[in-house]
Design a protein around this ligand. Structure first.
Ligand SMILES: CC(C)(COP(=O)(O)OP(=O)(O)OC[C@H]1O[C@@H](n2cnc3c(N)ncnc32)[C@H](O)[C@@H]1OP(=O)(O)O)[C@@H](O)C(=O)NCCC(=O)NCCS
Length: 165
């Protein structure tokens, strides 16, 4: 096992966007545009953007999560970790921090869509207590693919909120 990077979770800042964009482009076949990230900053009542910062003298983004809070539901819109820092628990920390934040704001459950072929992400979410609820046919482009809708229901949501550091 390699050495684990020390990680701190913080709110994303506009100055983080260059680093976020390079992780986004390394992670997805249909990456979000810079404008899409920037538009999330304009809806602070709904949108929360968090980053995982790697220890060091300069602010280094190792991963990020974007969530929406709609009534009592948290929706995970985006999650990625820089390829060289994967498999160190960073995504898990980001999801737990987002759940805790959403809980503090009144959320009771969480939802997300994930590509049917993305077994790695599905395993991450299953380990956190999410369950697959349904399929959304041909939801994604490039390549066209179904989305699996996953949910973290009330009891598991509360447990995971208490698990976050
Ligand atoms: C999915 C992703 C965010 C996971 O990030 P990560 O920081 O490597 O994940 P973690 O280290 O927190 O892993 C947590 C758990 O997820 C599962 N997991 C993560 N990577 C895995 C892999 N390569 N193979 C199998 N399971 C994996 C494991 O259950 C892991 O727990 P374990 O290490 O104790 O076995 C990352 O691979 C990524 O950025 N992928 C591209 C973008 C993406 O698919 N985002 C999700 C969109 S819904």
């Amino acid at each position: 096992m390699g050495k684990k990077t020390n990680i701190t979770i913080d709110f994303m800042r506009k100055e983080d966007i260059d680093q976020v964009m390079s992780i986004e482009q390394a992670s997805f076949s249909m990456p979000w545009s810079r404008n899409l990230f920037l538009s999330e900053f304009r809806s602070p009542g709904i949108s929360t953007l968090m980053v995982a910062l790697a220890d060091g003298p300069v602010r280094t983004v190792g991963g990020y999560i974007v969530i929406w809070l709609v009534e009592d539901e948290m929706h995970i819109l985006n999650l990625a970790v820089t390829p060289s820092l994967r498999r160190q628990g960073i995504a898990r920390k980001l999801v737990l921090a987002a759940i805790k934040r959403a809980d503090q704001k009144g959320a009771k459950r969480a939802f997300l869509e994930v590509r049917a072929s993305n077994a790695v992400a599905q395993k991450l979410y299953l380990d956190l207590g999410f369950t697959g609820t349904s399929l959304r046919r041909d939801y994604y482009d490039a390549p066209v693919e179904d989305a699996v809708i996953m949910a973290l229901e009330k009891d598991a949501f509360e447990v995971q909120s208490r698990t976050a550091e």
